[in-house]
Design a protein around this ligand. Structure first.
Ligand SMILES: [Zn+2]
Length: 168
């Protein structure tokens, strides 16, 4: 995956984000493109833009001085870009990999975005027991990542053509 470096408004590097998230931040006027891939452009009906390699936030953000990002259901959905960890379709719920009834925690590493159907189907079982392997492993975002996630929570509205165009 082609990641984009995010700079704070003060030009200090904060973190990297996926290309999709970078584009959302630019399209929602939260960031500007500082450096683009020289030969790549994204094209759509109404928009043509360079493929950002480095973006800079328009407003300075204070990154909380914490070792760990606080867990939240919304944060999990945004981290996973509203994609179901079991089938890849649009996710609206958060599934506990190890169910809470079996001692599974509300934590970044034990929760994934899930469509309602798969969440219901998996029910009170682990992925192994349910025969539903995870498409990707959950990860713990850094505090800077979490801050960026909360800034650009509109990833789900990114039009399909834009990500397709970028992959070409
Ligand atoms: Zn699903």
């Amino acid at each position: 995956m082609r990641d984009t470096l995010v700079l704070n408004a003060s030009f200090e590097p904060l973190s990297t984000v996926t290309l999709n998230r970078a584009v959302v931040l630019v399209l929602t006027d939260k960031a500007v493109v500082e450096q683009a891939h020289p030969e790549l452009r994204m094209r759509g009906a109404a928009i043509e833009m360079p493929v950002p390699r480095v973006i800079r936030l328009c407003r300075y953000v204070r990154v909380p001085f914490r070792r760990r990002a606080p867990w939240s259901r919304r944060g999990v959905l945004v981290r996973d870009q509203h994609r179901c960890a079991y089938c890849g379709k649009r996710a609206t719920t958060v599934d506990h990999v190890v169910p809470r009834s079996r001692g599974g925690a509300d934590s970044w590493l034990n929760t994934v975005a899930s469509c309602a159907e798969d969440n219901h189907r998996k029910a009170d079982r682990t992925p192994e027991q349910a025969g539903m392997p995870l498409l990707r492993e959950p990860f713990e975002p850094t505090p800077a990542d979490a801050m960026l996630l909360s800034l650009g929570s509109g990833a789900e509205v990114l039009p399909d053509w834009l990500s397709r165009g970028a992959a070409a």
